[in-house]
Ligand binder design. Structure first.
Ligand code: ATP
Ligand code: MG
Length: 418
């Protein structure tokens, strides 16, 4: 901001940086709004990249942080092409490109929520509020600027952002802002899958995944992100799928609070586990070999999902491994359990098994066995993996009924203790 000012420009902190600081929270990142054009910002910073076509802005890198620097924008619908560029819209009002520049007040009106349109000005250390953001901030309200239906049509991702901020900040969504949500979820179908994928990660990996999930379902938005999962949730037996998912989300929130890493693959494994189980069951009815059925089921679930939101291979591959390991973890005799320990996905697969056990008692005995195995010393592990008479019996029973060995549904009886 100071460098921009020295070069004769105006620059303010805006968005989440101001909002979170005023709430006493640590901002996730910093956004700057300026009257300098992207090319002028580029000329001032060596560590700068210009990005985006739909919304052109400058990324300035400071160490590991990236500061987003956006030029003040106007709504741009006034005048015609001869006056300069206008905002490019699809027939239904969706904004295709938004690169019409204006002054700071114009800029405030085209932001999404009032609490996101507060500017911190370094010339007088004041917070500038053109849209009533300070009042909404103290009343804990997420309120769209302007007409909600029109603003959701302009950019349907704003529906997901409303939910995300409400969950993250513990705010209420203002009734007029919330009212159209249940009807407009279908607009998310127009969003490019890659952008939806980014939004999904923000929704579930910002530390308030449970509240976010509950709000997304409440406003009927979840089904537009994960249609197959939504279908399973609506048919849930004894709340089983929901329990697994909620536990996984709680686990994610907990890890993030403790500063531990969370791999998106684990999250997707939980989000899509129930559709995977359902496909697997169908394929087994068709008498496919077990590992073939697993691969086909995983492929079908991924193919169905990527029609709605992208799921890059760097996430889908480890997700599949976590699923496939669930079956392999049922092998408890001989060398196999030792070999599994060195599998790169072992820890995530074991954590996933424990999660399943919390939600479904038929996986409990197997999860307990692995917990004991991990805690045991070498000789203890050796004893645990001896093929006892009972284990042999259960193994042959497993072979006859592969479904029961996996313990994937409520109706499956637990595998006897080895
Ligand atoms: P956080 O970074 O904590 O997720 P944020 O409010 O900073 O929250 P960003 O995505 O970083 O969110 O966007 C920065 C600012 O840009 C927002 O606060 C808002 O003013 C504006 N903005 C972002 N996305 C939109 C959008 N889809 N429509 C209108 N304004 C937006
Ligand atoms: Mg931000």
């Amino acid at each position: 901001m100071y460098r921009l000012r020295e070069a004769g420009h105006r620059a303010c902190l805006v968005g989440g940086g101001v909002r979170d600081l005023l709430l006493g929270r640590e901002p996730k990142d910093f956004d700057i709004a300026t009257d300098a054009l992207p090319e002028q910002v580029y000329a001032l910073f060596r560590n700068c990249r210009l990005i985006g076509r739909r919304f052109r802005l400058a990324h300035v890198q400071f160490g590991r942080e990236i500061i987003e620097v956006a030029t003040f924008r106007a709504c741009g619908d006034i005048g015609d092409e001869a006056d300069g560029p206008t905002v490019e819209r699809a027939k239904n009002g969706r904004i295709l490109s938004d690169n019409v520049y204006g002054d700071i007040e114009d800029d405030a009106w085209r932001r999404d929520f009032t609490v996101n349109a507060l500017y911190y000005d370094i010339t007088n250390f004041a917070v500038l509020d053109y849209v009533g953001g300070m009042a909404d901030l103290s009343n804990g309200l997420i309120r769209l600027i302007g007409d909600p239906i029109e603003r959701y049509h302009e950019d349907p991702v704003r529906m997901l952002r409303a939910v995300r901020f409400a969950a993250k900040l513990g705010f209420q969504i203002d009734p007029a802002t919330a009212a159209p949500l249940r009807q407009l979820g279908h607009l998310l179908e127009q969003i490019p899958p890659a952008r939806l994928h980014d939004e999904i990660l923000k929704l579930f990996m910002s530390g308030s995944a449970i509240q976010t999930f509950e709000l997304l379902r409440h406003y009927r938005l979840f089904g537009w992100l994960f249609p197959e999962t939504e279908r399973c949730l609506n048919r849930q037996k004894h709340h089983y799928p929901k329990v697994l998912l909620v536990r996984a989300l709680a686990n994610t929130d907990q890890r993030l609070t403790e500063g531990k890493p969370v791999h998106p693959a684990f999250l997707f494994a939980a989000l899509l586990w129930e559709p995977f189980q359902e496909r697997l069951q169908q394929l087994e009815v068709e008498a496919l070999d077990e590992s073939e059925a697993q691969q086909d089921a995983a492929e079908m679930v991924i193919q169905a999902q990527v029609r709605h939101a992208a799921l890059p291979r760097r996430h889908s591959l480890p997700m599949r491994e976590i699923w496939e390991m669930q079956q392999r973890l049922t092998c408890r005799t001989g060398k196999r359990p030792f070999r599994l320990l060195s599998h790169p996905r072992f820890r995530a697969a074991y954590d996933f098994l424990v999660l399943r056990a919390e939600a479904d008692e038929s996986a409990q005995e197997l999860a307990d066995w692995w917990t004991r195995f991990l805690a045991a010393d070498e000789s203890g592990r050796g004893r645990m993996t001896q093929p006892t008479a009972q284990a042999k019996k259960s193994k042959s029973r497993r072979r006859r009924k592969p479904r029961s060995a996996r313990g994937g549904t409520q109706t499956v009886p637990p595998v006897p203790e080895t």
